[in-house]
Design a protein around this ligand. Structure first.
Ligand SMILES: Nc1ncnc2c1ncn2[C@@H]1O[C@H](COP(=O)(O)OP(=O)(O)OP(=O)(O)O)[C@@H](O)[C@H]1O
Length: 306
């Protein structure tokens, strides 16, 4: 597999604050890579270093084989979603893309720009001035801008934040289509369900390093313990207090995790304790309708990676 991005010990310090403490990461050709981390974790800083907006403080990286000191020859192969504040408000949507496309060496026809606007969900807004665009429409034209020049690597920093659910679904479809065309996509998002759905691999940044890395499935199943979260549906419903009262005499530990109506989610040590739990609940006179294992979500993995 060809390496598209390879970062080795990449560091960034702002004043006295170390934001990136040595990012080691390789992103391969044709993959959608989901980059996640809490606010201020350094995702945009990493992207801004890759795209030459800011300088690194240490370490090194290559993009499509070009070393970070000499990225000029690959710059035209990288499409980056700009900040929404960098749009030209007085231009009409299609006119703006046409203009930016020329600068990016884009060869498409005017009709194709209209098609691009449709692809990002801006059908009907082609001839409206950007100043009249809503926040979501601005995001969409920024996504379109990232695709100008037919780049091989597309970097999308929170493309769907602030979009309505249908628009976000369309952007996810667009990302999948781009991948099918062989593009490599680096994506950040705080919507972990979205990252789970579209990414081939996910990296979680915390304390300035990549804390966890793997496919969404690997991350969700990489449980270091045998602990089980079980969702239980009973009558009467199981509250935290009721469970504490019942379990006081049990010879195993059970912990109330959350209430997800009509379920109560509890944690037990292993399979044996799960079997004991169902037995004890029935003995206590509680009607047990359903008990099922709750799969870890990417959100759980994220919360536990801090
Ligand atoms: N130009 C700058 N000067 C000083 N500090 C900066 C600068 N840019 C970013 N930072 C700081 O670096 C840290 C990482 O910011 P960054 O924007 O990379 O985080 P992020 O992971 O993208 O966050 P979010 O999810 O909120 O977008 C933050 O503490 C931020 O305040």
């Amino acid at each position: 597999m060809n390496e598209v991005i390879h970062a080795a010990g990449l560091k960034k310090r702002f004043g006295s604050s170390d934001v990136l403490n040595g990012i080691d990461l390789t992103i391969y050709e044709g993959e959608v890579f989901g980059f996640i981390g809490h606010n201020g974790a350094g995702k945009s800083t990493f992207i801004n270093i890759l795209t030459g907006i800011i300088n690194k403080s240490g370490g090194s990286f290559t993009i499509m084989g070009a070393p970070d000191q000499n990225l000029d020859k690959v710059k035209s192969k990288i499409g980056v979603m700009p900040d929404i504040s960098n749009l030209y408000d007085q231009m009409r949507g299609v006119q703006f893309l046409h203009y930016m496309g020329k600068l990016a060496g884009d060869k498409r026809s005017k009709q194709d720009y209209i098609a691009l606007m449709k692809d990002v969900g801006l059908e009907g807004a082609e001839r409206k001035k950007i100043k009249s665009y809503s926040f979501g429409m601005r995001k969409k034209i920024c996504i379109a801008q990232a695709l100008l020049g037919n780049p091989e690597l597309i970097i999308l920093d929170e493309p769907t934040s602030g979009l309505d659910p249908e628009s976000a679904i369309n952007i996810r479809k667009l990302i999948t289509n781009l991948q099918q065309q062989g593009k490599t996509i680096l994506l950040t998002s705080h919507n972990l369900d979205e990252i789970d759905k579209v990414s081939d691999r996910v990296g979680i940044i915390s304390d300035g390093i990549i804390k966890k890395l793997g496919t969404p499935s690997e991350l969700k199943h990489n449980n270091t313990t045998n602990e089980i979260n079980a969702a239980i549906r009973t009558s009467p419903g199981l509250t935290s207090e009721k469970l504490a009262e019942l379990s006081a005499t049990w010879d195993f530990e059970v912990q109330f995790v959350s209430s997800k109506k009509p379920y109560s989610v509890v944690k037990v040590k292993d399979d044996n304790d799960l079997a004991k739990l169902s037995k004890e609940l029935i003995h206590s006179g509680i009607q047990l309708f359903e008990i099922r294992i709750e799969q870890q979500s990417l959100e759980d993995v994220f919360i536990n990676s801090k």
